[in-house]
Design a protein around this ligand. Sequence first.
Ligand code: FES
Ligand SMILES: [Fe+2]
Length: 333
Amino acid sequence: MSQEQLNKDAFTRGKPMPRQGEAGGYDQNWYPIALSRDVREGEVFGTEFLNGRVIVIRDADGKAQVLSAYCRHLGADLSDADVVGGKVVCPFHKWGYDASGQCVETMTGDKPPEQARLFKFPTEESWGVVWAFNGLEPFYEAPHPDMMEEDADFEVEFNHMTNVDHFIPYSNSSDIQHLRAVHKIELEVDPQNVERWPGRMRYTQEMTMPGMPPMTQTVNIFGTNCLVFEGNMMGRHLYNMSAGKPLPGNRTLHTMMAATAKSTGAPGEDEMVKAIIQQGLAFGRQLFEEDDMVMRSIRFRQDTLTETDRMLMTFLRYVREFPRTDIACDMIS
Ligand code: FES
Ligand SMILES: [Fe+2]
């Protein structure tokens, strides 16, 4: 090999990770679209998602539905629509859509064209969040802690924006070097001991935070955009979930949730449960804030990795192999 080639190889950076929205669309994940409390009966909640916009409504049974936001007539944004008689009525020429996304009436009495149908995402609502699956057929469960929602006290909020694709912040828990360097957390984890299912991974790690005794933590990864940590605080089980929603321009809005078993009402327990939930949320916020400076300017590439990066390699391989789709992209933009 010529010297020039050797030099060139030495100065070639590693493979860029394909950006979301390019190369096949977006990962086929369950994405947090809205907080349940923001989606009210008889109203339309419009919000950015993927490369465009969606609306969230409640059907006659109160079930949340996520639909593409642009009217199939001339493209008015249905975020500004009224709900009249259970129908989403376009603010422009007043075409009416039912909760399945089908246009069922026009103001003039013209027959609604059959193709006047909005894209309807598979939708679920749990843990205070309305989730939409990017695709036609979900192949894993919407993210959740390993406990029943009715047995839990929890709090949820959308509270952090990063200007990078969602998988980058969610590669953080596998990035052992950064945990030490940025968050001062020591971790022991065996990349051989990762359980895998379609769209999901789980492993256990020994974590030591400054001034705290070591704790065993279970890490659940749902899709490429969600982490659920299961650990202990003040002798109770604490679940921390964060999940990212991709927005136009390769930004990501993160929702965070902290949950623990409901208080039994024993003296002082209500206050303790509240305090644990607040500490869980504060811990999540702190991790995002400590990463902020790097996340603002990173040009992410899987470049020269070392032994300590084995867990990160496992995660990045999983991301590269994750199915994508652009099935909804044209309808929501
Ligand atoms: S653009 Fe919606 S009815 Fe014409
Ligand atoms: Fe981090």
